[in-house]
Design a protein around this ligand. Structure first.
Ligand SMILES: [Zn+2]
Length: 265
């Protein structure tokens, strides 16, 4: 397995500080793992503010989560990361945080819709799926990723937060940034009472551009072109996902608390 250049510990610490500065974490929230080689990962320690982690606080762990080097303990959500690496042999980094607007969607049981901004469809695909709730730190909380992470690089964890993956810490960070940005735009459009999505035929064209850019499950060979275009996901996953792909109207809670229905295209 050939791996791109390894990020230095100092560089990772710089990204951790940015995660804190963006307000995506509070207290000891959030964690990052980075693949070092076929068998080892660099990981953030538990019980640290991301702003306070220094180079020497980082841990080296194996692919079962056992600490190989470092003087701190590994975080309890490590199973989530290990499962992500199992599901996605193409990735090198897993980032988990609780950015407030996207996590607000996770609490409301809603998905921020990337199909409201054309470029976001290329970067993230046609959904940022909401993964069903499971108690953080349990095996069930990693099992729920199975149907989603093979298809998407960013997922919303119900009543929890957001998980992004990438081929580098930078890519995982930028995906987290885009998820929060889309969630903010989606929320503001909702407050304005109008939300128009990119036309359906253009979404298909943008998904093709995504594949041509080497992004998404079709480009990775995890799906085939024969997969129904409107789903872009295997049948087993589609049946497990409570999703209405392209509604023509959407009911939201209006600014004064009352329900409001408006067209989305
Ligand atoms: Zn968490």
């Amino acid at each position: 397995m050939s791996l791109p250049q390894t990020v230095s510990r100092r560089e990772l610490v710089r990204w951790l500080s940015k995660i804190d500065t963006r307000g995506w974490v509070a207290n000891h929230d959030g964690n990052v793992t980075l693949l070092l080689d076929d068998n080892r990962l660099l990981a953030t320690p538990t019980a640290f503010s991301k702003a306070e982690i220094r180079d020497e606080d980082l841990l080296v762990i194996d692919k079962t989560g056992k600490v190989l080097a470092g003087r701190h303990r590994i975080f309890s959500e490590i199973n989530l990361h290990l499962r992500a690496f199992e599901l996605r042999p193409d990735i090198r980094c897993v980032l988990h945080a609780h950015p407030p607007t996207a996590t607000g969607f996770a609490v409301a049981g809603l998905e921020p819709d990337p199909c409201i901004i054309a470029e976001a469809v290329i970067s993230l695909g046609n959904r940022i799926p909401l993964v069903p709730y499971a108690l953080p730190g349990t095996l069930a909380s990693s099992d729920v990723l199975n149907d989603f992470l093979v298809l998407f690089d960013a997922v919303i964890l119900q009543n929890h937060g957001v998980l992004t993956v990438g081929d580098s810490i930078e890519q995982a960070f930028l995906r987290m940034e885009l998820v929060e940005h889309i969630a903010n735009i989606h929320l503001r459009a909702t407050q304005l009472g109008q939300m128009r999505r990119v036309p359906e035929h253009d979404i298909e064209r943008l998904l093709e551009k995504r594949t041509k850019a080497g992004l998404g499950p079709l480009a990775r060979g995890q799906l085939t072109a024969a997969t129904p275009q409107n789903k872009r996901m295997p049948h087993s996953a589609a049946s497990a996902v409570p999703h209405t792909p392209h509604p023509t109207t959407r009911t939201v809670v209006g600014p004064c608390g009352g329900p409001r229905t408006f067209p989305t295209s």
